[in-house]
Design a binder for this molecule. Sequence first.
Ligand code: 2HG
Ligand code: ZN
Length: 466
Amino acid sequence: MTALNDILGSGGVLTDAAEIEPYLTDHRHLYHGRALTVALPRSVDQISRLLAYCNDNRIGVVPHGGNTGYCGGATPDESGQQIVLSLKRLNRIRNVDPLNYSLIVEAGCILADVQRAADEADRLFPLSLGSEGTCQIGGNLSTNAGGTSVLRYGMMRELVLGLEVVLADGRVLSTLGALRKDNTGYDIKSLFLGAEGTLGVITAATLKLFSKVRTAATAFVAVQSVQAAVELLARLREASGDRVSSFELIPRIGIELTTRHIPGVRDPLKQPYEWHVLCEVTSSRAADRLDDVLTESLATAFEANLVLDAVVAQSDREREALWKIRETIPEAQRIDGASLKHDISLPVTSLAPFVTKAGDWIRDNVPDGQLVAYGHVGDGNLHFNLNQVAGTSRDVFLAREGSIKRAIHDIVRDFGGSFSAEHGIGRLKVGELERYASPVELDLMRAVKRTFDPNGILNPGKVLRS
Ligand code: 2HG
Ligand code: ZN
């Protein structure tokens, strides 16, 4: 402890059990660990010295951001021998360069603060997630976060120009240069994105900015089927000149859950439908008539029997009300009872047959589970979740998690999809990675891990078994 105090200075090491407690449980309360201590460094140099010390003494280090992850990636194990490394004090915006369309931020910056900094410079940082008021950029980078504007701007990986990373032995790798072109050998930085702190600790990043959105058109649309949603997206992309920024699937049950549990949510359509999409088209040109583009596309899709009904938001208030339905589905699911989550992705062409096949399997095999399939249909990413049916046993439902997950993920694999689209691996999906990644991929991943972290001190047991 003396060594840690020397490195981190006064207030840099938490010792009080009550202060440490919030760092020991993940967002979904799947895991509860113990920790030697929580380190709160204020500088890259302190992190560098801390990691060198931990590497020499074989102490596991668990990087910790806003703790909003879904897979337990930021929670220490039960040994009580690991140090939680909170990045929250590294939260400076180092530079904003509107002409280069870039900014440099530290890992502990809250995503919403980064969005605000971009906005103040008349630019857009487009990553957008339900947890944006709490999650930190370091976590977004380390989990390669997705969200609701991936369709237009890509996942976090695609928004990065450079990184600053502290390696396991304390050396600092800095590639913060704001270059859009840099073909100088292997793209080392890309390995840290989505690595969940198992290869190094990201301390800062140079991120891409875009032109600020000046006009948006948003519609809530009842569609004939999941296939109709996919076809509508293709039409809308073409009609809008590829300016669709969000295209989210919402099932009937999503509306029922949110109207039941979230104050102020109501179904914007006059009668109930089975499937809906919330879609948004945006432009940096204030004069663009996006409402017209959207309305015309919806009208022709109505004639083609893809669309059954629709409302187009007429004000910011109406737009926010439509988004609230989508954004509060996870919260409504949580309030409603136990749920099983499957963050899956497929080529959009396979979505409809997958939903039919996996939906049939659930109907036939999980009588106490209700399918709640929603999400980023434009990216081929569905949150193919199950909620416990009211009046059934929570324990009996949750006890079947393993076999249900296996069956659904096997169907996903048969359709050429992924068992983790945007939530990562963490501790939760280590077994899934072992099952679904090819032996070649696993060999390479293990070799990379050995090279970057030969003593296995970086987030042990996450992504790969330690
Ligand atoms: C979302 O898209 C999040 O709302 C959470 O990724 C999904 O709770 C979930 O399953
Ligand atoms: Zn999502």
